[in-house]
Design a protein around this ligand. Structure first.
Ligand code: ADP
Ligand code: MG
Length: 278
């Protein structure tokens, strides 16, 4: 069974005229790393809210089609229940920290305490989450003494401890420096290798190209493309949708050189090197 099954999804916010999502259909498997791209206002955040069920259970508005998580329609389960299945990570790690906990370990325990997880089980889950996000060595540190990248990984660990099947990250590296961004992408890739489905909304195309299994391109609430990074970034119409392909792709296009293995322009440094060597 698909992890996420989106069928003819349409959505309009209350008191607005335009569809924020217009007839989106896609299927996403367990452990897939999906990059979501599109210019501002294209519907990326709304799409992620539809996957968490906040659209339409919380935001209301006009809704058509369906979103299923592991076969269950998001309208048929409570927001609380769904929040445990589908975790949401936001732009600014500062806004996600409780501010009331003295250590990273306690910070990660917060959500688990709220849902009444037994002590032993809680300890196990926190340890595993810290391992996965590579922050075990910061367990006793004050959350506010972490770097941006470390703090964002702590925020992700808090969500991982809740055992979600899907994690949605809405521009999680926009406040981070290049090193912090790379740390977050690596950590998130590690989660996908552990079977967690990743929905990553990002403007850094080089990173999306390097880490995504498939890329979903939205414009004006519509799905323009949903394919491999190579296929999506080789499209001729990207500028019309407000997207600039990775530098490696633009170089390949400029020189008219495609990868022998994919027949598309290169999207990563490794692929560009492969093309230039042959
Ligand atoms: P993105 O995340 O790609 O920048 P959004 O999903 O935030 O795009 O927005 C998609 C469209 O929905 C935009 O036209 C935006 O103005 C509109 N929109 C977003 N949030 C709301 C809201 N709470 N109420 C009304 N309209 C909204
Ligand atoms: Mg957004």
């Amino acid at each position: 069974m698909a992890r996420l099954e989106v069928t003819n999804l349409k959505y309009r916010y209350p008191y607005t005229e335009r569809l924020a999502l217009n007839n989106i259909t896609c299927t996403i498997e367990p452990g897939e790393f999906i990059g979501v791209i599109g210019k501002n206002g294209s519907g990326k955040s709304t799409f992620s809210q539809a996957l968490t069920g906040l659209v339409p259970n919380f935001y209301r508005g006009a809704y058509g089609g369906s979103v299923k998580v592991d076969g269950i329609d998001v309208r048929d389960i409570s927001v609380d229940d769904l929040c445990q299945r589908v975790g949401l990570v936001f732009q600014n790690p500062f806004n996600q920290v409780t501010g009331s906990k003295l250590t990273v370990y306690e910070e990660i325990s917060f959500g688990l305490e709220n849902i009444g997880v037994p002590r032993e089980e809680m300890h196990k889950r926190i340890r595993e989450a810290m391992e996965l996000l590579d922050i075990t060595r910061f367990a006793d540190r004050n959350p506010f003494d972490l770097s941006g990248g470390q703090m964002q990984r702590m925020a992700i660990a808090s969500i991982i401890a809740m055992n979600p099947q899907v994690i949605i990250l809405d521009e999680p590296t926009s406040q981070l420096d290049p090193q912090g961004s790379e740390e977050v992408f690596r950590a998130v890739q590690n989660l996908s290798k552990n079977g967690i489905t990743i929905i990553m909304i990002e403007h850094k195309m080089e990173k999306i190209a390097a880490y995504s299994d498939r890329v979903l391109l939205l414009d004006d609430g519509e799905m323009v493309a949903f394919d491999t990074p190579q296929a999506v970034f080789s499209r001729d119409d990207l500028p019309q949708h407000g997207i600039q392909a990775p530098a490696f792709t633009r170089i390949g296009r400029g020189l008219g050189l495609t990868c022998p293995s994919t027949q598309f322009y290169p999207v990563t440094l490794a692929e560009a090197q492969e093309v230039l060597r042959t």
